[in-house]
Ligand binder design. Structure first.
Ligand code: ZN
Length: 346
């Protein structure tokens, strides 16, 4: 048990648990898909073309650095969050998937990481306040913590299997900066997602515990792994059951799966997790498997019909969408699961 387990739960934690016992909670869809549709160029990313210019100096190109948009185009990101909230999302994820010093090193923006995360949480909070003003529903901001582009338990060099591009402590420090930024910006939840290397996730869990201890209360932690192929294992080789036992010490609010597979292919792995984990369970699949062009073809109704089967069979407490899912997918998913009771959890 981590030290932070003795800390009191935050007010949002109690509110979220109460909601999850009442009904299936809806998570948002893919931020990246919505950003891509806007066709933003280099000047939009850096803010030189009329946004808020990035005050952190770097000579590297920023096109494609989606996380930077919370600083340079905050209104654009806020509007996307509002669209997902009004489509039915109770929880929206901050646009901070690559907001670690490790991932931002590719863009020369390690210095901006705390600010990206704090701004990412503030922008999402502002969007949720706007949505609540429209329909009266309280909503939650999940601080999104991605896997980074390095793995602590696998070697990137086939000739040197003992080599590691990153250590546990590197990851712990990087995640620590990210999570402190998310908390400072007002995140209600820490969502450790798209986990393909469990050791990376364990470093994020450790960093979250340290940040909660400083903060004086415990935020709900959501942990979401990724099964990368038909063998039913994560990239670091774990079955869903092994994955659960590796993260159970964190006493997460939810454990579950996202990305890589569409809902139909995810189902047996999700059922396995739901069978072993006593906590709440989450699932946010892609809109099917990517086609030859890397695009996702499932319509909102197709994805929603599969996700409804998760709900009908009592497998889930939180559902949403990953790559390729739009506000229309989230609207269809929310509609499809609303008549089904949530899974019973501890
Ligand atoms: Zn995805």
């Amino acid at each position: 048990m981590l030290l932070s387990q003795t800390l009191p739960k935050s007010a949002s934690y109690h509110a979220l648990e109460a909601l999850a016992r009442e009904r299936i909670v809806i998570l948002d869809g893919a931020m990246g898909t919505q950003i891509q549709k806007l066709g933003l160029g280099e000047e939009d990313f850096t803010g030189q073309g009329g946004g808020c210019a990035c005050r952190f100096h770097t000579d590297r190109p920023q096109k494609g650095n989606n996380d930077l948009l919370v600083l340079t185009q905050p209104g654009v990101i806020e509007d996307i969050h509002v669209d997902f909230a009004m489509a039915g999302a109770d929880i929206v994820e901050t646009n901070t998937f690559s907001g670690t010093t490790i991932a931002q090193a590719d863009y020369g923006l390690e210095e901006a990481v705390f600010e990206i995360n704090a701004a990412g949480a503030r922008v999402a909070r502002a969007a949720m306040d706007r949505a609540q003003a429209m329909d009266g529903r309280a909503r939650f901001v999940a601080g999104a913590v991605g896997p980074t582009n390095r793995t602590a338990s696998l070697s990137p060099d086939v000739n040197d299997p003992g080599y590691r591009a990153v250590t546990f402590d590197d990851l712990r420090r990087a995640y620590g900066t990210q999570i402190r930024g998310l908390i400072a910006g007002g995140a209600d939840i820490i969502l450790i997602e798209t986990i393909f290397d469990t050791l990376n996730a364990k470093a994020a869990i450790f960093a979250a515990a340290e940040a909660f201890a400083e903060h004086g209360e415990r935020l709900p932690v959501m942990i979401s792994g990724t099964i990368t192929d038909a063998s039913g294992r994560t990239l670091s080789g774990q079955t869903p059951t092994a994955f659960w036992h590796s993260v159970a010490h964190a006493r997460p609010f939810t454990v579950g799966l996202n990305c890589a597979l569409g809902a139909a292919a995810m189902r047996p792995h999700l059922a396995e997790i739901a069978g072993v984990a006593p906590c709440a369970v989450s699932a946010y699949p892609n809109a099917g498997l990517p086609n030859a062009f890397g695009q996702y073809d499932e319509t909102p109704d197709q994805t929603a019909a599969q996700v409804e089967l998760f709900a009908r069979d009592g497998l889930v407490n939180v559902v949403g969408g990953c790559c390729g899912t739009t506000p229309e997918h989230i609207r269809a998913i929310a509609e499809a699961v609303k008549s089904h009771p949530p899974r019973i959890f501890e």
